[in-house]
Design a protein around this ligand. Structure first.
Ligand code: ATR
Length: 273
């Protein structure tokens, strides 16, 4: 048996939890593989990808800023990943490189069991699009409302969203619209980077109070200290970005190995760092 090589292509890559998480998952199943982070500069991307081909890598993850760029180098791209124009998982199978996106699947698999009929999403970037595209395929989801600040990206986000899901992007500053959506929401998700590094929140305390007590609140930001957004969610069911991170990694692991990883092992590895 030849030891298999997996890796992560990103820039920067140092902060990523994937290496420790995947390595622990391999070890738990005595799967003879190593997972290495590769910090690839944009001008070296094509060379790095050619190198991975040459050394017969078994598979890899792709993260910022290469999730779209990798697509041109793949033999086949899964339909959902094609729709999203985003690939985070590549597997080498029968001499071919196949690309998938596990971000949206990871998000929905990570949620506590329940019915999420009306969904409100804050932010309209890559993560939001993955969550929305998979969300449309979830049984029980009847409506997804998406809010973004009016920035120089608004028109582009709005066009992308219309094409992806036939959803009209809403202005986060439109108070009455936002209030209505929050009052009806079963699930509220922050996909913006607001609160990642400081104590800011994309919603005020008053806005958060409009949610029902049963509404589930998810912040896809993962950090050790709770975000202000999740603090404002109070006693409602809530989770941070860790379960999504683990579930998308678990989905990649399944694609590579055909086996179910041990989620608890992955969780412990990420928490330990
Ligand atoms: P990701 O892949 O994590 O989704 P992204 O595609 O860069 O990252 O998207 C980031 C999202 O956070 C966008 O919706 C972005 O809004 P803009 O495109 O208008 O910047 C949102 N975001 C980032 N900083 C924000 C802020 N200070 N206030 C509100 N939204 C913010």
């Amino acid at each position: 048996m030849v030891r298999k090589l997996y890796g992560l292509l990103a820039n920067p890559v140092a902060h990523s939890k994937s290496p420790v998480m995947q390595q622990a998952a391999f070890a738990a199943l005595s799967y003879d593989a190593v997972y290495v982070p590769f910090d690839v500069q944009p001008e070296m991307f094509a060379t790095a990808v050619a190198g991975l081909r040459a050394i017969n890598v078994a598979g890899f993850n792709v993260s910022m800023p290469y999730k779209q760029r990798i697509m041109a180098y793949l033999d086949e791209v899964d339909e959902d990943a094609q729709t999203l124009q985003s690939v985070n998982t590549v597997v080498h199978q029968n001499g071919k490189w196949l690309g998938y996106s596990t971000d949206g699947l990871g998000f929905w698999r990570s949620l506590p069991a329940g019915k999420y009929s009306r969904v409100v999403i804050l932010g309209a970037g890559g993560a939001a699009r993955a969550i929305i595209a998979t969300g449309l395929q979830q049984a029980g989801v009847s409506e997804i409302t998406v809010f973004n600040r009016v920035s120089m990206n608004f028109t582009e986000h709005a066009t992308d969203l219309r094409h992806l899901a036939d959803i009209e992007l809403q202005d986060l500053a439109d108070e009455s619209n936002l209030a209505k959506a929050l009052q009806q929401a079963d699930l509220l998700v922050n996909t913006t980077s607001v609160g990642m590094r400081d104590a800011t929140s994309p919603l005020t305390r008053e806005q958060m109070a409009l949610l029902s007590d049963q509404a589930t609140v998810v912040d896809i930001i993962y950090r050790d200290a709770p975000t202000t957004f999740l603090e404002l969610a109070g006693q409602r069911p809530k989770q941070n970005g860790l379960p999504m991170l683990i579930a998308q990694g678990a989905a990649s692991f399944e694609i590579w190995t055909g086996m179910q990883p041990n989620i608890a092992v992955m969780q412990r590895a990420v928490k330990k760092g």
